[in-house]
Design a protein around this ligand. Structure first.
Ligand SMILES: [Zn+2]
Ligand SMILES: [Zn+2]
Length: 367
């Protein structure tokens, strides 16, 4: 099969033929239809990754496709089923899976990620006897992937696969940060730092929750226009004004909730400063390894503010991925306008260049 392969940090990806094994008993082979181009892949390419990677690496962690083969012990999907790939494998047995926090699965966030293999610690891709590594257990920037059945979620066949792919990362992460993690009440105020794929998904989550006002903050005017189109009631151009003061002005003192969807420590601090008393700042963005955030310690007793993390939209994948696709079908979640460019697999480097230039809300590779 053909796959987009990273051989060294900072270098372009190479689209090349890679040998792929048959699925083991608990695994499936999926023919990938579409793979979203996410900033987390790009950070990995640049070597700003959050963990050490095995090379060569087949990237991609936001995808959808059709099951082609299922291992002998697979029970939840069969060949022909349409699936969204989940970059968190949820084992179902660890403490976190058991208490309904499968997005924090010990296996899905453990060895499988840091070892860049499948759950059993081995690889299914190779070339000339050399192993090729798995990105987050799903490596979606390829014609096929082999992954565990616990990394796929079956979806209805009427959902276009290029739209479904987005729910595998950006949309789940952004919408989930609002409706699963923060859960604002109707009429509570909310500000989102960053209007990329995740930030816009946050804004869509804010609309679903009935928050008001919904303030989008970005430094690019085209992104702020998009934010309005997706439901932001106010926009703040942080290249021109002080975003914290502007949010305080719009909300009459500070927002009940803020979301950091960029991954910069300074914006995490801004999202804290822009809060009202008793407000909650939710950090979504992945910063660089080693980055730290500092917060005035007296704010804790004086303001009762909270700062908290969110990962993968606090999703329980088997429940939340189909739920978001239901909302899409019902016209409550706009996925159609989020895909702003599509590319063939061969144009993978162009797709990342466009991501870096901020041209897309979401670019999608079509296999
Ligand atoms: Zn992603
Ligand atoms: Zn688990």
């Amino acid at each position: 099969m053909r796959a987009a392969v990273l051989h060294n940090y900072g270098q372009p990806m190479k689209v090349e033929e890679v040998e792929i094994d048959d699925p083991k008993p608990t695994e499936v082979k999926v023919k990938i239809a579409a793979s979203g181009v996410c900033h987390s892949d790009y950070a990995f390419i640049l070597g700003e990754q959050y963990w050490e990677g095995g090379m060569p690496m087949i990237l991609g962690h936001e995808g959808a496709g059709i099951v082609e083969k299922a291992g002998s012990a697979v029970t939840t999907v069969k060949p022909g089923d349409h699936v969204v790939l989940s970059w968190i494998y949820a084992c179902g047995n660890c403490y976190y899976c058991t208490v309904g926090k499968s997005n924090m699965c010990d296996v899905g966030r453990g060895e499988m990620v840091t070892g860049n293999t499948l759950a059993d610690g081995t690889n299914r891709y190779h070339k000339d006897g050399k192993p090729y590594y798995h990105f987050l257990g799903i490596s979606t920037m390829a014609e096929y992937t082999i992954c565990d059945e616990k990394s796929v979620v079956k979806i209805d066949k009427d959902i276009p696969l290029d739209k479904a792919a987005l729910v595998g990362c950006a949309v789940m992460t952004g919408v989930g940060a609002v409706i699963n993690t923060a859960k604002p009440a109707a009429g509570e105020s909310l500000a989102v730092f960053g209007s990329g794929g995740v930030g816009i998904s946050c804004i869509q989550g804010a609309v679903l929750s009935g928050a008001y006002p919904i303030i989008a903050v970005d430094v690019k005017q085209n992104k702020l226009e998009l934010a309005k189109q997706f439901g932001a009631t106010h926009t703040v151009d942080a290249s021109k004004v002080n975003a914290v003061e502007e949010i305080q002005k719009i909300t009459g003192g500070g927002a009940n909730y803020t979301f950091e969807a960029v991954g910069q420590p300074q914006l995490m601090r801004d999202s804290w400063d822009a809060l009202a008393k008793c407000g909650t700042a939710v950090v979504i963005g992945g910063a660089k390894m080693g980055d730290e955030v500092s917060i005035p310690a007296l704010d804790f007793p004086f303001t009762e503010k909270t700062i908290r993390g969110t990962g993968y939209g606090s999703a329980r994948m088997n429940v939340d991925i189909p739920k978001l696709l239901d909302l899409y079908r019902g016209g409550k979640l706009n996925l159609d306008d989020m895909v702003t460019s599509t590319y063939p697999l061969d144009a993978v480097n162009e797709a990342f260049a466009d991501l870096h230039a901020g041209k897309n809300l979401r670019g999608v590779l079509m296999m």
